[in-house]
Design a protein. Structure first.
Length: 478
């Protein structure tokens, strides 16, 4: 089964073929460490984490790199506000970022987190290559990229020249084009700086400053992957100018086109229809969310929407995700604790063929540009089926049961759910009886009696019962 990826560069789904045999090289734009990571970041990093897990699941040898931007305007500004050294501030937030990534199961899948401050030599070399090839110019302590020299500048964003001209990127007197961007910036007093020498226009120029934002990515990937690699991912908002400028830098410096073969972009996350912003007081740090709702809930929510689409984070979106996640938990709990025999059972054939069928459906959803919402719906249907089977009284062999369990766990591990062993503990006999009684009363329209049982289940057994489109669903609160 082939993997298809939507490539922003071609604007279409393409069959994925790595550059070199079975090895895949993937780079995703990482964090600028000046504040805590929020739910918007979680969406991007979880989405690409699922991409990485799936690529590895297919048997590819994946090298996955994410950069840490530790030298940047926002870091310097925040450090000055707090009267701190910018590198200390970056280090503080970097530690917290890693804690967050670990808590949501992302860090383990990233092979390397290179930092911009560690690649200054490579950055210098790349600026030199751009100067040698006639794409860079010196302007008052800075080095700029002359965008008009690069013919295919808008191939990723598909913008026209008027749209480009509306973007006054990094305003500075004397720039050749309004959208020219800095490769190197002179340091102001109190800013972190490095001394480098560039020969440009036949002169040796000594510069004291720091790299522009776009060059760190292409310097790192050149050092770690070479002039061309397979996948570059990031949030959609990075297409212009960031990824556009990455292409301009790498292709002008090394002449290998396309610099990246598959450009993948993920949709944003809004909070109740608004972009997340500290000023709007709707900024939700990952650590707060995880503390309250758990990491699985966050991963499940992200996977419930296709990675290219936007998530509008509302109470009802969260509610639906919670119900579906608990449905999977409670159904899997029932399957896990179902009696099975050493000999063959009535339902074996059915279970074996539905497990096989489910694995195929899950795979084809994932192979179709990582369609996680479709894959999750297949998982929900599969566990629903197993749940009805468990209550049908049919017999099952240990082998068939194990195959069904393995199929669920294999797919759940791609999404990053059912990670703990919370599903292993069986519900007590008495609880099942009460749930059944309540369902009979509810169907007969005896709602106040049904509600009384629901209350008893919660008070006496700590078990929550909710009615869903799949029937009653229950889970333990603790
Ligand atoms: Zn980047």
């Amino acid at each position: 089964m082939a993997l298809y990826i939507f490539n922003t560069l071609s604007g279409s789904k393409e069959e994925f073929k790595p550059l070199e045999g079975n090895s895949v090289k993937m780079f995703v734009c990482g964090q600028t460490v000046y504040d805590d990571a929020h739910l918007g970041h979680a969406k991007t990093y979880i989405a690409f984490d699922i991409v990485a897990r799936w690529i590895r699941h297919l048997g590819y040898k994946l090298k996955y790199i994410q950069n840490i931007t530790d030298v940047e305007d926002k870091i310097i500004a925040r450090a000055h506000e707090r009267n701190m050294d910018p590198m200390d501030l970056a280090e503080y937030y970097e530690t917290r970022f890693f804690e967050d990534m670990e808590s949501i199961g992302v860090k383990q899948d990233v092979d390397m987190y290179p930092k911009s401050s560690e690649y200054i030599d490579t950055i210098r070399d790349q600026i030199q290559a751009l100067a040698d090839n006639g794409y860079a110019y010196y302007l008052g302590g800075d080095i700029y990229y002359d965008v008009s020299k690069f013919a295919d500048y808008t191939k990723l964003s598909r913008m026209n020249i008027e749209e480009l001209s509306n973007h006054r990127i990094e305003p500075k007197e004397g720039k050749r084009n309004s959208y020219d961007f800095a490769l190197w910036k002179a340091a102001k007093p109190g800013e972190p700086k490095w001394d480098i020498t560039i020969s440009i226009d036949g002169k040796e120029v000594k510069l004291s400053g720091r790299p522009g934002w776009h060059i760190e990515d292409t310097a790192m990937t050149y050092a770690l992957f070479g002039p061309q690699y397979d996948i570059h991912g990031g949030a959609r908002e990075l297409i212009f100018p960031h990824h556009t400028n990455e292409i301009a830098q790498a292709e002008a410096a090394y002449g290998v086109k396309p610099f990246v073969r598959y450009w993948m972009h993920s949709g944003m996350l809004n909070i109740r229809g608004q972009e997340m912003h500290k000023s709007l007081k709707n900024f939700v740090p990952i650590r707060d969310f995880v503390k309250e709702h758990g990491a699985e809930m966050l991963r499940f929510m992200v996977a419930s929407t296709h990675y290219r689409k936007e998530i509008n984070f509302t109470d009802s979106y969260m509610d639906l995700a919670r119900r579906n996640l608990y449905y999977i938990y409670s159904s899997f709990n029932i399957l896990y604790n179902m009696k099975a025999s050493d000999s063959s059972g009535d339902a074996d054939q059915y279970v074996e063929s539905s497990a096989k069928n489910f694995l195929n459906e899950f795979s084809s959803a994932m192979n179709d540009d990582f369609n996680t919402p479709l894959a999750l719906s297949k998982l929900l249907i599969f566990v629903k089926d197993l749940r009805s089977l468990a209550s049908s009284g049919k017999s099952i062999s240990k082998d068939a049961k194990q195959h069904a369990i393995d199929a669920v766990l294999e797919c759940a591990s791609i999404i990053g759910i059912l990670a703990g062993d919370g599903y292993k503990k069986p519900l007590e006999e008495g609880i099942y009886k009460l749930i059944e009684e309540r369902e009979i009363l509810r169907k007969a329209g005896e709602f106040s009696e049904a509600d009384a049982i629901r209350k008893r289940l919660l008070d006496e057994y700590g078990t929550v019962v909710e009615d869903t489109e799949y029937g009653p669903l229950w889970y333990r609160r603790t």
